[in-house]
Design a protein around this ligand. Structure first.
Ligand SMILES: Cc1cc2nc3c(=O)[nH]c(=O)nc-3n(C[C@H](O)[C@H](O)[C@H](O)COP(=O)(O)OP(=O)(O)OC[C@H]3O[C@@H](n4cnc5c(N)ncnc54)[C@H](O)[C@@H]3O)c2cc1C
Length: 449
């Protein structure tokens, strides 16, 4: 199912057709990869994307560009770290707007007020606390008990200098300016280090690079990073309705998430967030998406090991955090000091206790979904025969796929609303014919050769 953003014609880019060498290889053509490529454009750098540019999580975002991210500064629970994170987001917003203006990128950028609100009397204190922290950082938020769409709330405040945009128009235009350096349909299936060089393998070719940047959201290359332990996946559901643009965005901090923004005359809401491992039956939405939530709500940006860099774990705030990643990575590559490097260090926590919830939820979905795979739940369509699943679509066509995720062998769930096969353990998604559309899985589940 296409998202609202995917209704544009994306540029096409070449596919790798020979072995190559470069100083820096960026793996992943989402907003992280493209912002990083832009920051490093004067270097000997190439970017590879396994599908098409912008086809991953970025295409399914709600794409607010904001430093008001629920009550994140309270949740970070360390005022110095919270202040640094705030500074990074402010810098990222200015940088993103600067790039859009400098490169003359038409991407529906709109400056809007952003609101943080609650409709639960018990959460007023929490919203007020977030406001106080922002005041401490130098913001001047305004109180309100109604949103610009006349929605009554128990308490809200608004801040200025935040934006919304069309994420794929941004990526598409930026990528076109860097087209010499981009390869689509180029899937890195393995990386090996030898004599201070990385050998990155596609099915047919090898790219040799001194430095590799993993901008691939949820890296397939598990070791040494152990991603499944370092973040859980939060899934949410996006709905589009026609409404007159009210030029604001808002998000609550209540148990039932409601995030609001507009794009032209479309009202875009994000609701029903839950851990991907605990399946919920949600209907009547336009598309779903998931992002990585880290135990301390801060992204992972920096070295995993020598000359292998990662940028991920954005806690559903990748529009700004991907710019932060690009600025930090640029300084790392140029051997320049950057006072935010420690804050996002991917190796910052070695405590297994911090990750115990992620281990538990993955194990739960691994076992529970095996049991769930029964006829009653699916109403006999799809049906399962040994390791295969057969789905008959509205036109009577049969779609046969393997029912195990190639990543870690979790049983896949059929998503009737979006007509996809979804992995409840680590978020991989496949279309009806088994083609992988979202990783970490790197292989299809198609039964056809
Ligand atoms: C419901 C929801 C709403 C959101 N709304 C907002 C918002 O309003 N504001 C905000 O700031 N953030 C938002 N986010 C978060 C944001 O969308 C993400 O953090 C961001 O898009 C992640 O971008 P990325 O480039 O890291 O990942 P992706 O966009 O997934 O890009 C990674 C790319 O790497 C490619 N790839 C993977 N493996 C390989 C490989 N082996 N070889 C080659 N290529 C590979 C993939 O195909 C993909 O294109 C939201 C998230 C969710 C879930």
């Amino acid at each position: 199912m296409k998202t609202l953003w995917q209704n544009i014609n994306m540029h096409k880019f070449k596919t790798l057709d020979k072995d190559m060498s470069c100083d820096i290889l960026i793996i992943g053509g989402g907003i992280t990869g493209l912002n990083t490529l832009y920051a490093l454009k004067d270097k000997d750098v190439i970017l590879v994307e396994k599908n098409t540019i912008g086809s991953g999580i970025t295409a399914r975002s709600s794409a607010k560009i904001t430093f008001l991210q629920e009550n994140i500064y309270s949740k970070i629970n360390d005022i110095n770290k919270a202040q640094k994170y705030y500074e990074c987001n402010k810098l990222a917003i200015n940088t993103l707007v600067h790039i859009i203006n400098k490169e003359n990128i038409n991407c529906d950028l709109e400056k809007v007020k952003s609101y943080l609100y609650t409709t639960n009397i018990n959460n007023i204190k929490k919203v007020k606390k977030e406001k106080e922290i922002l005041e401490l950082f130098g913001e001047s938020p305004n109180n309100s008990n109604i949103l610009p769409n006349n929605m009554l709330v128990n308490y809200a405040f608004s801040v200025d200098n935040t934006y919304v945009f069309h994420p794929l128009k941004y990526i598409n235009n930026l990528a076109y300016k860097l087209k010499e350096k981009i390869y689509e349909h180029t899937n890195i299936i393995n990386i090996k280090e030898e004599n201070e060089l990385y050998y990155c393998y596609t099915n047919n070719f090898i790219i040799k690079a001194k430095t590799v940047i993993l901008a691939c959201f949820y890296p397939y290359f598990l070791f040494p990073f152990l991603m499944p332990l370092k973040g859980n996946l939060e899934k949410s559901y996006i709905t589009i309705k026609k409404d007159k643009n009210k030029y604001f965005s808002a998000i609550n901090i209540d148990n039932e998430l409601l995030s609001i923004r507009y794009n032209k005359d479309n009202l875009i809401t994000v609701t029903n967030s839950h851990n991907i491992c605990f399946n919920k039956e949600i209907h009547d939405y336009s598309w779903s998406n998931h992002d990585i939530i880290t135990p301390d709500y801060l992204p992972y940006i920096g070295f995993i090991k020598n000359n292998l860099i990662i940028a991920t774990g954005y806690n559903t705030w990748g529009m700004t955090n991907s710019i932060t990643a690009s600025l930090i990575i640029k300084d790392i590559i140029n051997n320049k000091e950057n006072k935010y490097i420690d804050l996002f260090d991917p190796q910052r926590s070695k405590s297994i206790l911090k990750y115990s919830y992620n281990i538990f939820s993955s194990m739960y979905s691994l076992i529970y979904n095996k049991v769930y795979k029964n006829k009653k739940y699916y109403n006999n369509n799809p049906i399962f025969i040994k390791d295969k699943a057969i789905y008959v679509d509205n036109l009577g066509n049969k779609h046969i796929v393997y029912n195990k995720c190639p990543h870690m062998k979790c049983t896949l769930l059929f998503n009737e609303s979006e007509q996809t096969w979804d992995c409840p353990c680590h978020g991989s998604r496949f279309n009806l014919d088994g083609k992988v559309i979202i990783g970490p899985a790197n292989y299809d589940i198609s039964t056809k050769k």
